[in-house]
Unconditional design. Structure first.
Length: 266
């Protein structure tokens, strides 16, 4: 357990493990990582249990508005708490409200965990988030092994159970899903910049949420799948700067010409 705890944080905040690096990893971690499935469909018909024990399908949460998807397990001694804490901090910085513009779906990949654990986690994080309506928008699910396995495969989330420690080795990431249930963006590690998360939600919604400023930022920025971050496209920044300059000069010339005409009339 000590070796595992010492190993995982070193790469928890990095992009997914590459196949060529697998030989240098401890055996326990060779099957752990994330394979991006961008633009792939999440199986919305998979059945889970919500925090009340009610049978639900992913379509109940992922088929209407953009959503953030996080795979964790609720009794995780370290990383999953860091993932949820990092997500919480990002959500608190967003002006978008969970349950209004988007949903958050947290799914346990430990089939032994039951709704009571999910309910405790929901009460904690919804309480810390502290915004009205969050309870209707932030969902904590548990499920059986077949459904968990299908979901993990669909989103490219690879994990490994260690029977000696009775814990899971796993990567850390959150995903943004479109209203149609397709995987739009991955953010790795345990810290998720609120600005990047906002852009991902606006992009996933096809512009249905957000402001004109967000659209300008999306024009100037591009998502990098290798890093899981947005970066500026210099050529487009120059285009926008040039357009602003032209408009400013045009406005200045117009104001000056009007002033000159008024002066002549006097």
């Amino acid at each position: 357990m000590i070796a595992l705890a010492a190993t995982i944080p070193a790469w928890a905040d990095t992009p997914p493990l590459r196949a060529e690096n697998s030989k240098v990893l401890p055996p326990l971690l060779r099957d752990v990582g994330i394979n991006q499935r961008l633009d792939q469909q999440v199986p919305l018909d998979l059945e889970f249990r919500d925090e009340t024990g009610k049978a639900v399908r992913l379509a109940d949460y992922l088929g209407h508005k953009p959503a953030v998807l996080a795979l964790v397990y609720y009794q995780c001694p370290m990383l999953c708490t860091m993932v949820l804490n990092g997500l919480l901090e990002s959500l608190k910085q967003l002006k978008f409200d969970v349950g209004d513009q988007f949903n958050v779906v947290t799914v346990s990949f430990d089939p032994s965990e039951k709704p009571a654990l999910a309910a405790a986690k929901k009460a904690l994080y919804v309480g810390l988030y502290g915004r009205p309506g969050a309870a209707e928008g932030w969902h904590f699910l548990t499920g059986d092994e077949p459904a968990i396995h299908q979901l993990a495969q669909a989103v490219g989330f690879r994990y490994h159970y260690d029977p000696q420690t009775r814990q899971f080795a796993h990567a850390t990431a959150i995903m943004v899903v479109t209203p149609q249930g397709k995987l739009a963006r991955y953010f790795y590690g345990i810290r998720y910049p609120a600005g990047d998360l906002r852009l991902a939600l606006v992009e996933a919604s096809a512009g249905k949420i957000g402001s004109p400023v967000d659209q300008v930022l999306l024009f100037c920025c591009q998502y990098n799948p290798a890093t899981g971050k947005y970066g500026f496209i210099i050529s487009r920044v120059i285009q926008i700067a040039g357009l602003v300059t032209v408009l400013s000069l045009g406005t200045l010339i117009l104001v000056m010409s009007r002033g000159a005409r008024q002066a002549r009339q006097i």
